[in-house]
Design a protein around this ligand. Structure first.
Ligand SMILES: *Cc1c(COP(=O)(O)O)cnc(C)c1O
Length: 389
């Protein structure tokens, strides 16, 4: 989630900030209007309407094949959203009541809600202070006889330290389920995310690196038996029409969204390259500023977000808003401190607590121009001068 849900109930309104209501912000956090993909998307929508087949038809099937090819997996299963994708993977692996799943306190809360949806309990291990994803030694320390899985989040587009996490999972015979909702096309030491272990969950929420025009999600896996079970579970546990062999759910990627995603998928590589180029520009412009830029610990980083850190985060956000730069905070509250987690085992995650007080996401999307990035970077540098003066 890009945090848009925080500004309204389920809405994707823009971030807070002061600017002239006539002109809007100078640099918007996000731009969701279609650009070079507008024509192909319109054509795809027309095709679905003309065909008159709206659920589990040729578009979903074709998208699953194209997605699996593009993301380097043997199988892809289209589902209703990223949260369902995570919950369905856990269910399909037989993880549920009585099981603990170790995950990160710094993510969209939906990561942990998915564990609860599967009937298991989220257990939180602190993050690595630099990478901001699950710290392997903290995971190791959190393992108990009830632990069934590790669920790392490839946060902001940067892969978690999955090689080490996989070694821990293998040593303790635990499942490893990857939350790839912010990491479309990312790789971890050259291996596509989602294929490092059992399965990976993707979201196509409109603000993600590959977005639908509504909700959507997918699971990728190299395990044929797991893929078959997931196909059944997403469709009410049916093997054939009206034959429900296990308690499944209703979570299908509809034909309209699948067609939209098929039309956009061919642009994803160039959009990702664009994100990387803009991130590198930010990085070189912000070296002399008082903010810490996100470290790139793996060249497979796809920059879903560009979160900087500052000890004066709230002042920086106010300053940028006055300059007409929209920013958002990912995330203002660690999952461990969400009321929705009040029933879970308390966890001490001081690094996540500290990061949530310092982090601020600058605008970063493929529609941003070099001038926009220069403008934002200049405003950040000016703040640093003013703040230290
Ligand atoms: C977006 C997101 C989700 C949830 O995806 P939905 O499609 O909105 O259900 C889960 N985890 C992370 C890290 C996300 O960014």
């Amino acid at each position: 989630m890009n945090g848009e849900r925080g500004t309204g109930i389920g809405g994707q309104g823009s971030g807070g900030g002061k600017w002239s209501s006539q002109t809007g912000p100078r640099v918007r956090f996000l731009e969701l209007h279609l650009r070079e993909d507008a024509e192909p998307v319109a054509t795809a929508i027309r095709r679905v309407i003309d065909r008159g087949w709206f659920i589990l038809g040729p578009e979903c099937e074709a998208f699953e094949r194209e997605l699996a090819d593009t993301f380097g997996a043997s199988h892809a299963i289209g589902v209703g959203n990223g949260t369902d994708a995570l919950a369905l993977i856990l269910k399909a692996l037989g993880i549920g009541p009585g099981d603990d799943v170790i995950t990160s306190p710094l993510s969209a809360t939906f990561s942990a809600l998915a564990i609860q949806m599967a009937g298991a309990r989220p257990v939180f291990a602190d993050i690595d202070a630099e990478r901001l994803t699950l710290a392997p030694d903290a995971v190791d320390a959190a393992i108990s006889p009830n632990t069934a899985a590790i669920l790392p989040v490839h946060l902001y587009g940067q892969p978690a330290d999955t090689t080490l996490l996989k070694a821990i999972a293998d040593r303790h015979r635990l499942a490893l389920v990857e939350d790839c909702c912010q990491a479309h096309l990312a790789t971890c030491e050259g291996v596509p995310v989602g294929t490092l272990a059992h399965a990976g969950a993707f979201s196509f929420y409109p603000t993600k690196n590959l977005g639908a025009l509504g909700d959507g999600g997918a699971i990728i896996t190299n395990d044929a038996a797991l893929a078959a079970r997931l196909r059944r579970l997403r469709n009410g546990g049916q093997t054939d029409r009206y034959r429900h062999v296990e308690p499944g759910v209703n979570s299908r990627l509809d034909e309209l969204q699948a067609a939209v995603l098929r039309a956009r998928l061919p642009f994803l590589r160039s959009w990702t390259a664009r994100r990387r180029a803009l991130a590198s520009r930010y990085r070189s412009r912000l070296t002399a500023s008082a903010v810490t830029t996100p470290p790139e610990l793996d060249p497979g980083h796809v920059y879903h977000l560009f979160p900087v850190r500052s000890h004066a985060r709230d002042e920086l956000q106010r300053h940028l808003a006055q300059q007409g730069v929209e920013t958002l905070i990912h995330y203002p509250v660690p999952i461990t401190r969400q009321l929705a987690m009040a029933g879970e085992r308390p966890a001490d995650c001081p690094i996540a607590d500290e990061v949530c007080d310092q982090i601020l996401s600058l605008p970063l999307h493929p529609g941003l121009t070099e001038e926009d990035v220069e403008f934002v970077a200049e405003a950040v540098v000016a703040f640093a001068h003013q703040w230290s003066a």
